[in-house]
Design a protein around this ligand. Sequence first.
Ligand code: URA
Length: 237
Amino acid sequence: MAPARRHSDINSVAGTSERISRVPKPKVTIMDHPMVMEQLTLARDASTNQVAFRKAIYRLGRYMAYEFLRTLPTEGVRVKTPMGSAKGRRVRGNDKIVIVLVLRAAIPFVEGMYKNLPMARTGVISAWRGKAPKFEIEVGYSKVPVIHKEDVVIVADPMLATGHTLLEVARRIVKQGKPGRLAFFSVISTWEGIQYVAQGFPNAEFYTCAIDPRLDDHGYIVPGLGDAGDRAFGAPE
Ligand code: URA
């Protein structure tokens, strides 16, 4: 895969420069490889059924984790081939990854991530957002492993909309210890949401496949893909 693009021109998106100038530039990487775009397009399409939607989110998790591996350090090793000796490289820190999944939409996303980060320890948090305009967050189940200073924590939530949920989730996570790196993985984000989280965690890294232009009055991303949990698992009655 071609390298993911570090977004260096954050202020150029129409209508966002005023909001964004209030806090330092967040570290945003847009993963826009053609294979990512293909799965994202499938996920966005309202005619994609539940099974195909979950598969698309699963694949996006897999591809994003694959690209993320570029950011981990590697070490030189020497191996014996059947014909001689060769220099090689190994990823270091594979075993220092902690993935925290935000129920429920992140389930297929994280399933995909495990394909490339199989040694990750895992935390689970169920959090949901109250109604606009306050978007108060309620947290139910929360189990996060102890976090060490050399850990890389990835918070997985397919939709980074207002940022209220992820800010609260991150606050819970750091109660378990301060990681070396904190990264948010989302399929679709908004600048507004990224800014909101970055105000609390200015050193956090954001990895996303797309940044959409706006939120509706209920805090849904437009055009987005709808309610990711409902699309993956069915809407509750
Ligand atoms: N959560 C979703 O599932 N979709 C949105 O658009 C926003 C939050």
